[in-house]
Design a protein around this ligand. Structure first.
Ligand code: NDP
Length: 453
């Protein structure tokens, strides 16, 4: 065999698995046909966060006036933002490649497809491997409606030549609400078209309601309970026909309607690897597919589609195979954040998922900054506590710095902290975060709201 491990896909999970495996002394090859660092570095988390930051600066300039600054905001230079972002991304691409190189992995800038269960075609070269890891990630999917060709998906957003003045974002998942914040923050007339009554299905109900309110305050025009039915284009403008009979005219239609695993084109059949209904590759706790020496992890498995999950899985697989430290990765209590403006962060269960009788603590307040900035923006915090054990089951926040605050709370929850532990922790004053250790009065019990309806 040419390699002990051949990794297909140079994204977060694949690079980590390749690098650590090579560090353990394995002979490793890794193929990436598009860009090193994968979705997160190139068309996901990283450039998205730069864009969110750009949008937040506009808001900060407005808020500064309340603090005595005489700031003339001026216009935003989209091309300058894209150029700065591209420069940083190409630096990161280089780092990813170098990390692999330094670890001793052999790099292939090529597409890999299966010839049989141990053999791959990598850019025309025939390569054999003892073990193969599929870490090919996913891709954004749009809606199949008439005129769908006039819409773009998240991969396209990062290279738009100019900032659209009017945007219709379809969907209300992570990507949709993040980009609604970006476009509204950069000054575009922004519409958010979604089929649920509130955005972010699956998140805690209080956060969803709070976010809908925050989007409204940011000027995002929401169309809940609505589907786009057709798109037409005339000149540069696009007309989106909605299921409620209305038509909105915009410059950009953005489908943020989910992602699908990248399994097509791998010729998985030749290796006997099975896929599920969405094309995802089912795996066991050891990351093995139905073929024992072929593994998969990250978004291509469609479990918890977050970069840190993929990197944790890649590291665990490398340690298990070549580091003499077999281990899996628990998908319980995975914290996550949505970089909406303001952001959301959560760990653990929602109130809807809480056992009947669980104690619910909710606090909604105007953060200190906005008592002076004058911006109408609330922060919302919520704890869900098991009535029998006093253990924290969930923590949720909508408000500035929520992702930064939630990381620490996730440690506490994973360590099994109780509400009594939170209560005896001294707050850091004056912060928003201190509210998490000073919530003393129970708001309700889980199930009380549903019972009242
Ligand atoms: P999500 O699955 O989060 O959201 C998809 C959205 O599209 C939902 O609002 C969904 O509505 C809607 N939708 C799906 N199909 C249709 C349809 N046929 N008609 C109308 N609406 C539809 O996907 P995203 O694309 O936002 O993101 C993909 C994944 O990437 C996320 O789930 C997350 O795992 C990851 N991600 C994480 C980020 C982070 O950590 N900050 C940022 C971005 C992405 P409904 O709710 O009704 O199904």
């Amino acid at each position: 065999m040419d390699f002990d491990l051949f990794v297909i896909g140079g994204g977060s999970g694949g690079v980590r698995a390749a690098r650590i495996s090579a560090g353990h002394g394995a002979r490793v090859g890794v193929a990436e046909a598009r860009f090193w660092g994968g979705t997160c570095v190139n068309v996901g988390c990283v450039p998205k966060k730069f864009m969110v930051m750009a949008a937040e600066y506009g808001g900060a300039a407005d808020d500064a006036r309340g603090f005595g600054w005489d700031i003339a905001k001026g216009g935003h230079d989209w091309a300058a933002l894209i150029a700065a972002k591209d420069k940083e991304i190409s630096r990161l691409n280089g780092i990813y490649r170098r990390l692999l190189d330094n670890a001793g992995a052999k790099i292939f800038d090529a597409r890999a497809t299966f010839i049989d269960a141990h053999t791959l075609d990598v850019g025309g070269e025939r390569i054999t491997a003892e073990r193969i890891l599929i870490a090919t990630g996913g891709h954004p999917t749009g809606l199949e409606i008439p005129g769908a060709e006039h819409a773009v998906v998240s991969d396209d957003i990062f290279a738009l030549p100019e900032m659209p003045r009017r945007v219709a974002v379809v969907g209300s998942g992570y990507i949709a609400v993040e980009f609604a914040g970006v476009f509204a923050g950069l000054g575009a007339e922004t519409h958010l078209i979604y089929r649920q009554p509130l955005p972010l299905r699956g998140f805690d109900a209080d956060l969803r309601a709070g976010l809908a309110e925050a989007l409204e305050q940011s000027g995002v025009r929401q169309h809940p309970g609505t589907l786009p039915v057709a798109i037409t284009a005339e000149g540069g403008a696009k007309q989106v026909q909605l299921s409620d009979g209305s038509v909105i005219e915009v410059d950009l239609v953005f489908f943020a309607t989910g992602r699908a695993p990248n399994t097509r084109g791998l010729n998985l059949g030749a290796a006997g690897v099975q896929t599920g209904p969405k094309g995802e590759i089912p795996i066991g706790t050891d990351f093995a597919t139905n073929v024992a020496h072929i593994y998969a992890l990250g978004d291509v498995t469609d479990q918890v589609n977050l970069t840190p999950v993929a990197t944790a899985q890649g590291h665990a697989l490398a340690d298990s195979l070549f580091g003499n430290k077999p281990r899996g990765v628990s998908l319980a209590n995975v914290p996550s954040a949505v970089f909406s403006i303001p952001p959301i962060a959560s760990v653990g269960i929602t109130e809807d998922q809480a056992p009947a009788g669980a104690k619910i603590f909710v606090s909604k307040f105007t953060p200190m900054r906005h008592t002076i900035s004058g911006r109408a923006r609330k922060t919302l915090m919520k704890l869900i506590v098991d009535a029998d054990t006093d253990k924290l089951l969930g923590a949720h926040m909508l408000g500035e710095d929520a992702p930064e605050i939630m990381q620490g709370l996730a440690v506490a929850i994973i360590a099994g902290a109780t509400k009594a532990d939170f209560d005896r922790t001294i707050g850091i004053h004056p912060t928003a975060a201190e509210e998490f250790v000073t919530m003393r009065t129970q708001t309700r019990v889980a199930g009380a709201l549903a019972a009242a309806e």
